[in-house]
Design a protein around this ligand. Structure first.
Ligand SMILES: Cc1cc2nc3c(=O)[nH]c(=O)nc-3n(C[C@H](O)[C@H](O)[C@H](O)COP(=O)(O)OP(=O)(O)OC[C@H]3O[C@@H](n4cnc5c(N)ncnc54)[C@H](O)[C@@H]3O)c2cc1C
Length: 288
């Protein structure tokens, strides 16, 4: 199907884009890589009267270390993230996750900001951002605000980003040296969304867990933080019994939607398995 007709706008600055959004109101949609929005428009699930393309705003692209954080422009593509030596070195969890997103064609156009702003629980960045403790910079007519990933995802396709705001930058604290990481993603075939996926970021102190983040992709209407599973591991050895306990607690918060990837019971069991695998892999990578 072809999309309903729309007017195309290509601002060259952030200020111009914000002004356009304010003037055009609810009839306008931002266009980033287009790999979620355009399929929805072709299916007529979305029919915006105006598209405001962020592609010419060069200030929204780029990856830099600023103090103890990595700052990434919202229009940075998945391919740029994969090519970045800084991301590979400082944020290997993100590098591992990005490599599992879609296929090279989608990763070439799809952007970090679009993946987060879309609010799709099947997307991989929301859970990765929760695990990494990221913050998002939102710019709108009222100025700039910074919101934490934890609390940003409100519901299915619903986020803290207001209709007249633009997600401009993602800020990620660099994990402590020696942290272990893993993004364990089960998918039916290469290029598919997650049937179940778990992100783990882990700090060990000797044989004891000092800090751990466990987050889930496609387990509910938003990415989920498995807080009880995290709490159960802090201060504990990472032995089989503790890993099994954490996997069970993670399964306990899952409410996945049945679809062609499986029913809810199968998917919930797979979240247990992805959590076990991610914890084992992160433990093997962590320095004690
Ligand atoms: C075949 C296929 C497989 C895929 N598999 C995966 C996968 O495995 N994992 C995964 O994570 N994703 C997957 N995707 C989704 C893909 O990563 C999309 O690119 C991503 O969801 C949206 O990013 P985009 O830049 O294309 O955004 P767009 O499609 O342009 O925009 C998406 C939404 O976000 C809004 N938006 C975009 N940028 C901003 C911004 N800066 N501020 C505020 N709002 C904004 C838009 O208005 C729109 O509502 C897949 C897509 C396809 C087509």
């Amino acid at each position: 199907m072809t999309p309903a007709s729309f007017e195309y706008h290509a601002p060259s600055s952030l200020q111009e884009a914000i002004k356009l959004l304010s003037t055009l109101g609810e009839d306008a949609k931002l266009l980033a890589g287009g790999h979620s929005l355009l399929p929805m428009m072709k299916l007529r699930f979305a029919a915006p009267a105006h598209l405001v393309d962020l592609g010419r705003i060069t200030a929204l692209k780029g990856i830099a270390q600023v103090g103890n954080e990595i700052h990434i422009g919202a229009m940075t593509s998945e391919a740029d993230l994969l090519r970045s030596a800084l991301i590979a070195d400082k944020l290997p969890l993100l590098a591992e996750g990005v490599a599992l997103i879609a296929d090279p064609q989608v990763r070439y156009r799809g952007t970090l900001g679009g993946d987060i702003a879309h609010g799709d629980p099947g997307n991989d960045h929301p859970a990765l951002m929760l695990a990494l403790g990221a913050s998002f910079v939102l710019n709108g007519p009222g100025g700039e605000r910074v919101v934490k990933a934890d609390g940003y995802f409100l519901g299915l396709f619903s986020t803290e980003c207001a209709a007249d705001e633009i997600l401009t930058q993602v800020r990620i604290p660099i994990p402590a040296a020696g942290s272990g990481w893993s993004y364990s993603k089960l998918k039916r075939k290469s290029g598919d969304f997650a049937t179940a996926a778990t992100a783990v970021l882990l700090q060990m102190q000797g044989d004891t867990v000092a800090q751990v983040a466990i987050t889930l992709t496609n387990a509910g209407v938003t990415a989920l933080k498995a807080r009880a599973a995290e709490d159960s591991l802090r201060g504990q050895p990472l032995a089989e019994a503790q890993i099994e306990g954490a996997a069970r607690l993670a399964m306990g918060i899952c409410a996945p939607m049945a679809d062609q990837r499986g029913d809810a019971a199968y998917k919930t069991a797979m979240f247990g398995e992805m959590t076990r695998r991610a914890l084992h892999a992160a433990a093997a990578r962590a320095t004690r």
